[in-house]
Design a binder for this molecule. Structure first.
Ligand SMILES: Cc1ncc(COP(=O)(O)O)c(C=O)c1O
Length: 440
């Protein structure tokens, strides 16, 4: 039996029925148009795509998703997805265990934004009227979600390593107005990781919740190839109140797969609501009882569960090795940038994101040159990204080349590359060669 036949055999006790007849020729023609129109997207799965945070879902995730689509389960309630809900609970437990939690409350979400919204909603409910703070390099979603939830929000400046400045954080904590500190492990722009250990030390003195936004960086908990200081932050994760991680970023999943976890299962009481429509088939936990979203894709849970069978979340395992390959590719690219006299470095990468720029006389000239190089690379089928680097974060002691550059802007547009695919390790020299050829 092939896989589809195995699926269908579970329903063979039902009388045969015929699907509404569709016009197969019309469908084929439309799909041809779709395939052609999609040429207009960037080639995300290819290693020469080294721009934004875009990583192809693994084949097992794609196939498991498609298989589940034959049923299209809805993991809101067990009525909508009994087995896919069980798979979601198992997969989420696996992620919680990766962070060192034996007990937890959590579930999948449609993405990192929704997962962070739930975490801040819980945080705001438990510390009513108090501020949420996050670093100036944290994802913009925290300020926006706080405004949606009417929670007061404050941004904390960063140091020249792109981490939340703990002196500024302590000054804010001394006001007694801070309820929650969002710690980013893997900022969107540069992959920098806040000093969680320092923030945990502050929690000894002040009373606040810690929420980790590890939407991007969470899986690097398993990586070996990190600097010691970065590794220590990930090792301390189990001591926090809530964590967000996106399987649709580094977890090999198609979009529509974020995850929120709470250390204390008792916060489940905050979600209490009555549904007059669902929750009748079983007294067991329906995931809609502990989630703000109602309908959620059961197929996303099936895909994640299947992927985690092939790639268990363990240190030194195959999945961890793939992340280490991305980190190794990043180290190669960054070493090349440091050696190339026509480039200026900005910040040493902590994860697999590199930012840098061409040399110029002023910040504004550098921004112009970055944009030109970005376009020239695209013409050679090398796809990079751009990022607005806050100029005040430049460390002139570490990078003295910056001392003579005219400071005529607050931000410098620089090049950015997320080397998220393990294949990037085999391709990084080629990527470099194309980039250098575009400088000439
Ligand atoms: C650190 C961080 N948090 C939150 C988000 C938002 O996640 P999503 O795009 O899945 O909604 C992102 C997205 O890039 C991110 O990098």
């Amino acid at each position: 039996m092939n896989i589809n036949e195995t699926l269908q055999s579970g329903f063979s006790h039902l009388p045969n029925f015929q699907n509404w007849a569709d016009d197969k020729i019309k469908i084929e023609a439309i799909l041809q148009t779709v395939a052609t129109r999609l040429h207009n997207n960037y080639p995300y799965p290819h290693p020469m795509y080294a721009g934004q945070m875009l990583k192809p879902p693994h084949a097992i995730a794609q196939e498991a998703y498609l298989l589940a689509m034959h049923l299209n389960p809805n993991n809101h309630a067990l009525d909508g997805g009994k087995e896919s809900s069980a798979m979601e609970k198992e997969a989420v437990t696996g992620i919680a265990k990766m962070f060192g939690w034996d007990t937890h409350l959590g579930h999948l979400t449609s993405g990192g934004t929704m997962a962070n919204l739930e975490a801040l909603w819980v945080a705001g409910t438990l510390a009513e009227g108090k501020y949420v703070v996050a670093s100036e390099l944290a994802h913009y979603t925290h300020a926006r979600i706080s405004s949606v939830l009417k929670i007061p929000f404050r941004s904390i400046p960063c140091d020249t390593k792109g981490k939340m400045d703990l002196i500024a954080l302590e000054a804010a904590l001394q006001t007694g107005e801070i309820g929650t500190v969002v710690v980013t492990l893997g900022t969107t722009g540069m992959g920098t990781c806040d000093n969680l250990i320092g923030i945990l030390a502050l929690r000894e003195k002040y009373d606040f919740r810690i929420h980790i936004d590890a939407a991007y960086g969470g899986y690097f908990t398993l990586a070996e190839n990190l600097a010691d200081e970065t590794k220590q932050q990930f090792e301390a994760i189990s001591q926090v109140d809530s964590i967000v991680i996106d399987p649709h970023k580094h977890g090999l999943q198609p979009y529509g797969c974020g995850c929120v976890l709470f250390q204390n299962p008792e916060i489940g009481r905050l979600y209490a609501h009555d549904s007059p429509y669902t929750y009748f088939t079983s007294d067991a936990l329906h995931l809609g009882e502990i989630s703000l979203e109602c309908s959620r894709a059961g197929a996303a849970a099936v895909a994640l569960w299947a992927t985690m069978q092939l790639f268990p979340l363990e240190k030194k395992g195959l999945f961890a090795k793939r992340l280490d390959a991305s980190l190794a590719a990043t180290h190669v690219l960054y070493a090349r940038i440091l050696q190339e006299k026509r480039f200026l470095p900005l910040i040493s990468p902590e994860l697999d994101i590199v930012v840098w720029c061409p040399k110029g006389k002023s910040f504004s000239e550098i921004s112009q040159l970055s944009k030109q190089l970005f376009q020239a690379c695209e013409k050679q089928h090398l796809y990079l990204a751009l990022f607005q680097f806050p100029a005040k974060l430049i460390d002139e002691n570490l990078y003295p080349e910056w001392k003579n550059v005219e400071k005529d802007a607050e931000y410098i547009v620089c090049l950015r590359s997320c080397l998220m695919k393990p294949e990037h390790l085999d391709w990084v020299e080629r990527i470099w060669a194309v980039m250098i050829s575009c400088l000439d």
